[in-house]
Design a protein around this ligand. Structure first.
Ligand code: SAM
Length: 274
């Protein structure tokens, strides 16, 4: 029996509350297919039973699992290319000059999915910026999904995932065979600190960042959520830092303290003083 409208509305509301993700009506079909495994994993027969359980136990860990199961984790190495060229040609060289006295550089990749984005950044640093080997370079990778965070920590990818964007010479330099997969070499893995973090809850972040990647996640949020998150990003990004958003993401119509700045072949967002 298909999910009733009331069940669909209940699930969408719960997901929006937990993760800010707005499930549109043409994605309703995903509720059933993504949530059946969650239901089965806690011994429930189907998604109807899961909804009933969620109504009974709103405070359990189950709502988090439902929100995580509904995330779209599409990603790839060097996704869209231009932002990474800009990172290599303009942003990192600029930061090397600006941080010469402290010799530290901190990068946050929010919504990093299975890790291809932070590993791309780490490979760029290793390939092109030998001088940074003596610096304190941090790449923090965070995502809502526990499963994606584990994948990032593991740093292992299928041949299919590798074929989506990772050039063969880089593969051979930075990855090694691990059964049917390719695993990032330890020196690459140790550059990345991956943790679970919900962008719509408390941020256990002590650092200030020089560069923030927040790509292809704002599309899932409504306008007030986007504004809240970007205002918080402004607080953790240094005044001369750079924010990268996804190619289709813009700040037009949003009331946030960032200025759009064409940079190389892409666009960065720069914090404005408030
Ligand atoms: C489409 S992927 C983008 C991955 C990568 N940034 C890229 O551009 O290739 C979106 C990611 O955002 C994460 N996400 C969705 N809502 C989130 C939230 N509230 N807090 C943290 N991460 C979230 C999802 O788990 C998913 O891995």
């Amino acid at each position: 029996m298909p999910l009733a409208t009331m069940e669909i509305d209940f699930l969408k509301q719960l997901i929006a509350q937990r993760s800010g993700n707005v499930i549109s009506s043409n994605q309703d079909y995903l509720l059933e297919s993504r949530l059946i495994p969650v239901a089965k994993s806690v011994g429930l027969e189907n998604v109807h039973a899961l909804v009933a359980e969620l109504r009974k136990q709103p405070g359990s860990a189950l709502p988090e699992r439902v929100a995580e199961a509904m995330t779209i984790n599409e990603t790839s190495f060097f996704r869209d290319m231009a932002p990474f060229e800009t990172l290599k040609d303009i942003v990192i060289p600029t930061m090397i000059q600006k941080r010469a006295s402290t010799k530290s550089l901190s990068i946050w990749c929010g919504a990093s999915s299975s890790g291809q984005e932070p590993y791309t950044i780490a490979m760029i640093i290793r390939e092109y910026f030998n001088e940074l080997s003596s610096w304190n370079v941090k790449i923090h990778a965070t995502d809502l999904s526990e499963e994606m965070v584990k994948r990032t920590q593991e740093g292992a990818y299928s041949q299919f995932e590798i074929n989506r964007g990772l050039p063969a010479p880089m593969l051979l330099r930075h990855f090694e065979r691990s059964g049917a997969q390719w695993r990032a070499r330890p020196e690459l893995r140790k550059m990345i600190d991956a943790r679970r973090m919900n962008l719509t809850s408390a941020w256990p972040i002590a650092s200030q960042y020089d560069i923030v990647f927040l790509r292809n996640v704002m599309i899932y949020f409504d306008q007030p959520t986007k504004e809240r998150i970007l205002t918080r990003i402004h607080k953790v990004l240094r005044p001369d830092g750079y924010l990268f958003l996804g190619g289709g993401e813009t700040l037009i119509t949003l009331n946030v303290p960032f200025l759009r700045e064409p940079t190389g072949k892409t666009v960065c967002f720069r914090p404005v003083a408030v």
